[in-house]
Design a protein around this ligand. Structure first.
Ligand code: BGC
Length: 769
């Protein structure tokens, strides 16, 4: 755990330059706007330890699978969001000497992520090896208002000399993915050009053929006056730059404003890319940096209006929750239903930028409450559009008749994961996709979605489950063999309680949804039956039979659901009795030792109890929580939030807060020693859930919002925004009680501590404590 980020309510601040923290900071200070994003790499050259990263959403490469032992059914490729052309570079040479912080004496250094206004600012003063002292201030952002564009303002002041300074702004497409399986480069150059005040490069991905045009346009100000440019063009393979020689005077600043844009063939015909890119660059440079920045500030102000969580009395918690919300907004804006949320967003390469069950299980609740309805709908449509691929994926494994198995990891619907215990066995992901449909409809009331899209996905998933179980003559029940639950520290187990529970829930929900559509719109239902070749009697008959006769492991003695058959045969030593030196076990133990142990990576039975909470009485929830939590090592960042929510439900406020803390500052404090790879974006949504569903006790029941809040001891109050069926609510929990403000024209009824409250349009009320 590190502790170098300065506490501030709206900013993430690093003061002083410690090269050991550079890769961590590059992740934490990342920028993005849903369409593209980048790590906080320096503009000028840096020869120290760095992970260079610029990413364009949805542009990926299928990297050929690399495994020790090939198994039939393995996917051929792992799709990866690619490291794309680097547009931030501005090389600085002072009297023949390159400015490189790894080779300078750094007097002062400050990196600041302004989360309120959406930009990254860095300033430093440093002395080069030959004794030249300079001061630099750099501000840059990826525009939220105009999401193909970005800008940098880089100001350099010579402090103890006058002399020659060369600035070389560049677009560098000669980049690699650190995680490339065969050390291949994934891009080919298509074209490039330079002009006096800019240049561009068009690159094409190998195999997938995406084309991305990245361009720049710049202007230079000397002592605040725009100067005429005399530039020398540099063109190398996959690289364009412009060399600008300047005479600098001591104490007088030189500013380069670099406008950049990234346009992809996902949105334009390849032959139009260059023309469109130039038009975009002309448009933004005419607008100017300050106007672009003002638009950025306004776009973020609009986001915060619907997103912000205010915590009074704890600056570090305040900073942390805003950081989580900020990063989620940078990663996904919901404008495009072809895009999704990679576990590391635009902050690193790990997990390939692909889609996991994290989206449905963790991110959907955040976007449902804080963004317009269409944002979550687009996340659901992403899966709807990939239904054909999910059916093919199931066929590849031997399933029939429209059964759909969504991938564990995907970019375009094709499975990318290639470890058999995950690819073939971690099938619970299918359940989360169905659950997200239920969650969306429960939250928004948009029942039409079911007939238009949802039912097709649900039926494919239910068909899969109905074929994946088998009848056990011995038990006279249905069983589900050879699975991996959310706890990936167990593989190939029989009858994982969570997977079996969500499987039968999916089948039941599918049958219920069919009844609903049939009742509301018989014609639409008939069309669906025919489109999907649904044999209601036989198929629903089988679903019902499975629902009634499914086997779920249970321990009578302890009265808990059993994670899987045989779980209790394991040596039961609690996590608290494990020496600290042996943790995290995934770094200290052999895999075989982990598999044989009773330790649970992340919520498994408890994930099911969280999803289906209303089906269990409080004693059942408590017994299971008390049994499983002490065996859970929380070695997935997705784990503590579920535990925080359940602890809050059980009235264990101290533990709820303890679990919350583990997620909230996970990246800011580099809790797991892995933030250098990138931030844990999807678990950030879990942090939000821990506040709103945990401390706020928010649920949706019978079409209404329900709150059962408490304030963590360290806080004096907290408040959050919730959009619900047209109403825009701000809920403030303080010692006085729960204040609800409705900033919309839609009235709504909420339940606070079990009592109904009508919140009129544009009104507020206080429910006293
Ligand atoms: C977790 C999975 C998760 C993946 C990506 C793994 O460590 O166990 O549940 O989907 O990370 O976040």
């Amino acid at each position: 755990m590190k502790n170098y980020i300065k506490a501030d309510e709206w900013k993430i601040i690093e003061e002083g330059f410690d090269p050991h923290y550079n890769k961590i900071s590059e992740s934490i200070f990342s920028l993005g706007n849903g369409r593209m994003g980048q790590r906080a790499n320096f503009e000028e050259a840096y020869s120290g330890d760095t992970l260079q990263g610029n990413y364009v959403a949805g542009v990926y490469y299928p990297d050929k699978t690399r495994v020790g032992w090939w198994k039939n059914g393995y996917p051929e490729y792992f799709a990866k969001v690619l490291n794309a052309a680097n547009w931030v570079g501005i090389d600085v040479v002072i009297d023949g000497e390159q400015l490189d912080l790894a080779k300078c004496e750094v007097f002062s250094f400050r990196r600041e992520l302004n989360m309120k206004e959406g930009y990254l600012k860095r300033d430093f003063s440093a002395k080069t090896a030959s004794g030249k002292e300079v001061k630099v201030e750099a501000i840059r952002f990826c525009s939220m208002a105009d999401d193909e564009t970005c800008a940098i303002k880089y100001t350099l002041t010579p402090l103890n000399f006058s002399g020659a300074i060369t600035l070389t702004p560049s677009i560098d497409g000669d980049v690699v993915n650190k995680d490339s399986n065969y050390d291949e480069k994934f891009w080919d150059e298509v074209s490039k050009a330079t002009q006096t005040d800019g240049g561009y490069i068009v690159m094409r991905t190998k195999k997938t053929g995406f084309e991305v045009a990245t361009g720049m346009k710049f202007s230079i100000l000397q002592n605040a006056e725009v100067i005429e440019l005399a530039t020398e063009a540099i063109k190398k393979e996959k690289y364009v730059a412009s060399k600008i020689d300047l005479q600098a005077k001591q104490g007088e600043s030189i500013t380069i404003i670099k406008y950049a844009a990234n346009l992809s063939s996902q949105n334009y015909k390849p032959e139009e890319l260059v023309e469109q890119l130039n038009a975009t660059l002309n448009r933004i440079s005419a607008k100017g940096f300050e106007t672009m920045l003002a638009e950025q500030v306004a776009a973020w102000a609009e986001k915060w209006k619907h997103n912000d969580i205010i915590i009074d009395g704890d600056v570090s918690a305040q900073q942390a929750i805003r950081f989580n919300i900020y990063q989620l907004n940078q990663t996904y804006t919901g404008e495009d239903d072809r895009l999704n949320i990679g576990p590391k967003g635009f902050t690193g390469e790990k997990y390939g930028g692909s889609t996991y069950w994290d989206t449905e299980a963790y991110c959907v609740p955040f976007y449902l409450s804080t963004a317009p309805q269409k944002v979550t709908r687009n996340l659901l449509l992403y899966r709807y559009k990939q239904l054909g691929k999910a059916i093919e994926n199931a066929q590849l494994l031997g399933f029939k008749n429209g059964a759909a198995l969504y991938p564990m990891v995907t970019m375009d619907g094709t499975e990318c994961h290639n470890e058999w215990e995950i690819t073939f066995e971690e099938i619970h992901r299918n359940g989360a996709i169905a659950f997200a449909i239920y969650n969306y409809v429960r939250y928004t009331g948009d029942e039409a979605y079911l007939g238009d899209y949802g039912f097709e996905v649900l039926l494919g998933i239910a068909r899969f489950w109905s074929q994946r179980v088998n009848w056990s003559d011995d038990k006279q029940q249905y069983v589900m063999l050879g699975v991996t639950g959310p706890n990936e520290y167990e593989n190939n187990v029989n009858n994982n309680w969570y997977t079996s529970t969500i499987a039968t829930w999916c089948m039941q929900y599918t049958v219920d949804v069919a009844d609903k559509i049939k009742a509301a719109d018989p014609e639409k239902y008939a069309a669906l039956v025919s489109k999907l070749n649904l044999d209601e009697e036989t198929e629903f008959g089988r679903f019902n039979d499975i629902i009634q006769k499914m086997y779920y492991p249970y321990d009578e003695k302890r009265q808990v659901f059993l994670q899987q058959d045989g779980y209790l045969d394991k040596e039961q030593i609690l996590v608290k009795d494990l020496p600290a030196s042996e943790r995290p076990i995934n770094q200290k133990w052999s895999w075989d030792r982990i598999l044989r142990s009773c330790y649970i990576k992340q919520a498994d039975v408890l994930q099911g109890i969280y999803f289906f909470e209303d089906q269990y009485d409080i004693d059942t929830i408590r017994r299971n929580f008390d049994f499983y939590e002490p065996r859970t090592v929380h070695e997935s960042s997705l784990s503590p939030c579920v535990h925080a929510i359940l602890a809050a439900k059980l009235g264990d406020e101290a533990r709820a807060y303890e679990f919350y803390l583990r997620t909230a500052r996970l990246d800011l404090d580099d809790y797991n020693n892995d933030t250098d790879d990138g931030c844990h974006i999807t678990s950030m949504a879990g942090t939000w859930m821990a506040v709103v569903e945990g401390f706020g006790g928010m649920r949706v029941r019978d079409g209404n919002l329900v709150f059962q809040p408490f304030i963590p001891k360290k806080w004096s109050s907290f408040s959050f925004h919730i959009g619900f069926r047209g109403a825009l609510l701000n809920i403030k929990v303080s010692k006085e009680g729960v204040q609800i403000k409705n900033a919309s024209d839609v009235e709504t009824t909420v339940l606070v501590y079990g009592k109904e409250q009508l919140v009129k349009a544009n009104d507020e009320l206080l429910v006293e404590a």
